[in-house]
Design a protein around this ligand. Sequence first.
Ligand SMILES: C[S@@+](CC[C@H](N)C(=O)[O-])C[C@H]1O[C@@H](n2cnc3c(N)ncnc32)[C@H](O)[C@@H]1O
Length: 319
Amino acid sequence: MGEDVNTISNNISSNNNNTNNKDDDNCETSNENLKPWYQRWDSQRIGFHLKDVNPIIVKYLPELLKTTSTTCNCKQIQHRRIFVPLCGKAIDMAYLASSSSSSSSSLSPSVQLEVVGLEGIRVALEEFIQEHPNLNIKPIITTNNNANDENSTHRSKKLEQFVGDNITLLKGDYFDLLEEEDSSSASIIGRFDYIYDRGSMVAIEPQLRTSYVKILKSLLKPGGKIILVTLERISTSNNIEATKKGPPYSIDENNVREMFSCDEHNNNNDNNDNNDNWIESSITLLEETDQLVLVPEDKLRYPDLDQLLEAVYLIQRKK
Ligand SMILES: C[S@@+](CC[C@H](N)C(=O)[O-])C[C@H]1O[C@@H](n2cnc3c(N)ncnc32)[C@H](O)[C@@H]1O
């Protein structure tokens, strides 16, 4: 089972020195999107990281995987892809990657999940790899030849790739998915059946949110579903400043409904699966809890808020 943890870590570092690799750690400190996160990871200010699997994904995974398709032959193993944007070193990814093969899993045994996590900060991925040696994650050295290989998990010139058992980790700036010439986000990393966004959309500065959502929406297959976990800052004393601070930046239910409703200017006659436009969608608020009540440390962390509502949404792109 796998390589010694230090060897993996060395491999990652040597991959970083690869001259074909345009993304290196200097990029983390010069890239405005990543710089503040580099500093956080460097000084281990990662209060967002949960030490256990998030109970939210355990609770709602069966709902996420539930299929309404009548054509499903449930005896056949179904391979499905789940994207975890801005994944940090979330243990949830190991849970998802291992669920399909684990006998104690709450998953239907006929579903096999392939997890793809994307993160901008190398140390987060290094720590994830070291903490989950059972996933056998190893770096893939990208050459000019396999960067254009249609069978490759992704075809990006900017994203580095680490591949393990039922899991691929991509290192790079999420917004580079928009920027690559002649490529849509989906043509770079493929489309997904599911997306699991916990603490990711709320980590993005509000002025980048439209681009963030545009990429996310383009990555979901028609029929695909998103579990979105947001935070809403509430000050009953009208302390507007406190509600605008971040990260995490406040997102309320109206924001979610606006962002994930159907796209304007869509073409109802267009049944092309490759269309980035959402023609029909549904948005369900599954639950809402006040973190200031549930997590005592949060009361100290956010003294100027009266409530910090964690909300869980199930969003489905129907067409
Ligand atoms: C609040 S954390 C959430 C991490 C994870 N979803 C979890 O539940 O633990 C946000 C993560 O996004 C990463 N990040 C922020 N901006 C990014 C970007 N533009 N591209 C890639 N990763 C980014 C940060 O390094 C950080 O690990």
